[in-house]
Write a protein that binds this ligand. Structure first.
Ligand code: HGY
Ligand code: MN
Ligand code: MN
Ligand code: MN
Length: 411
């Protein structure tokens, strides 16, 4: 497709949630997210696609030329659907492409198939999953986790954002219904395959001939909440030996995470921290931080965590502080469906295949539905930050690739 055509649709959402940093702040159930949901609805209507919101706040636009409704529980479609899409929400000050590229590309791929007179035998659905980043409520891929039943709906409803607002309250304030959250096996049963197109989150394609790659696997990863508790006191008058300073234990923990990850062959990041009472001239009473750790396999990930836990607990003993490490979410290793991956790589003329250390709804869904991912080249390799990049030409090539895959799988 023409790069200008991609840009025209892309420009419709480009201003939504853009911050002065140049990054995007699109947290679920906040105004930018609601604006993007409205846009999704409008795009569905414009194309005569059937719009639907599921019990977990995920959105769908269905192209079902045979007019047989796939998702009506009373009228099962004879053919399972091909679903494609991604998510609208962002990390704080994230990039433009992580998420929305997969949704905009899906609308354009459907346009392309229709313009070419394609006649799908299966329904083709476009999906927008909710709270993929966990940027507001802490648990990533919340919409797909709820749908697949890997998170308890009561726990999900009670998750809080940094202002203490629960998911339940946030959904109600946005006019959504949190009482229905939970597993949706009938819906999953009617999906033959889910294909997520995504910005590449690295530079494997830079400088090469291909603008699109196919995913092989996702590294196992998880998030842990670290709480360090000490004793607040005067910054000037408290003698060093008398202090119980949780900031010291926290600082040690950041370095320990990095060291354990380096030694084991994974990665670990502490990118978020809160300090109480956050005063310049008082020793901190407590520090709460979030650890994100990932590794090529689960044994390496456990090795990182067990080394980290024992070193931090030993250090807390020396600092006279308490350290609590609580896992908030885990994402097991994902090996994408090999036959689907090979079929897609062949449809795309032998596209390169790549693993990734980033999590995706496709990874969560892969436990119950054959899934695959396409990555669109990112020349900076940056992601989860404003420097995330893609050329309009590569995005247009991504749409062409997605259309070819949908045609192969559905027509
Ligand atoms: O954090 C991740 O890997 C994903 O982008 N949610
Ligand atoms: Mn992301
Ligand atoms: Mn993403
Ligand atoms: Mn004073």
């Amino acid at each position: 497709m023409d790069a200008g055509e991609f840009r025209r649709l892309w420009n419709e959402i480009a201003p939504i949630g853009r911050a002065e940093s140049g990054g995007y702040v699109r947290f679920s159930w906040t105004e930018p997210d609601l604006d993007l949901r409205t846009w999704f609805h409008a795009q569905s209507k414009l194309r005569g696609l059937r719009y639907e919101e599921d019990r977990n706040g995920n959105l769908y636009a269905w192209w079902d030329p045979e007019r047989e409704l796939v998702i009506d529980p009373d009228a099962p479609h004879p053919h399972k659907a091909i679903l494609t899409g991604s998510h609208f929400d962002s990390v704080p000050h994230g990039g433009a492409y992580d998420g929305p590229l997969g949704i905009v590309s899906a609308f354009l791929a459907v346009d392309q198939l229709r313009a070419d007179g394609a006649n799908p035998k299966r329904p083709i659905g476009i999906a927008a999953f909710t709270e993929e980043e966990g940027g507001r409520f802490g648990v990533p891929c919340l919409g797909s986790r709820l749908m697949t039943g890997v998170i308890d709906p009561d726990r999900a409803r009670a998750l809080t954002d940094p202002d203490g607002v629960t998911l339940e309250a946030a959904m109600r304030a946005a006019g959504a219904e949190p009482d229905l959250l939970g597993p949706d096996p009938e819906r999953l049963e009617r999906i033959a395959a889910f294909i997520e197109l995504h910005i590449e989150q690295g530079r494997a394609l830079d400088g090469g001939e291909s603008s699109v790659a196919v995913a092989t696997a996702i590294w196992p990863h998880g998030r842990w909440r670290l709480t360090f508790t000490g004793e607040a006191d005067h910054a000037g008058t408290t003698r060093l030996p008398d202090r119980r300073d949780p900031m010291l234990t926290f600082a040690f923990a950041v370095l320990a995470a990095r060291k354990e990850a380096r030694l084991a062959g994974g990665v670990a990041t502490v990118g978020r921290v809160e300090v109480e009472p956050n005063a310049t001239n008082a020793i901190a009473a407590s520090v709460t931080a979030w650890l994100d750790a990932r590794a090529p396999d689960e044994a390496v990930l456990s090795e990182i965590l067990s080394g980290f836990e024992s070193k931090v607990s030993e250090r807390a003993g020396r600092d006279g502080t308490r350290a609590a490490i609580v896992r908030e979410s885990e994402s097991p290793v994902v090996e994408f469906d090999a036959s689907l991956r090979d079929r897609i790589a062949a449809v795309l003329g032998g596209a390169p295949v790549l693993p990734t250390a980033a999590g995706h709804d496709a990874g969560v869904l892969s436990a119950q539905v054959p899934t695959a991912m396409l990555f669109v080249r990112n020349p900076t390799g940056v992601s989860h930050a404003p420097g995330e990049s893609a050329s309009d030409e590569d995005c247009a090539a991504g749409v062409d690739a997605l259309a070819a895959v949908l045609r192969d799988l559905a027509c």
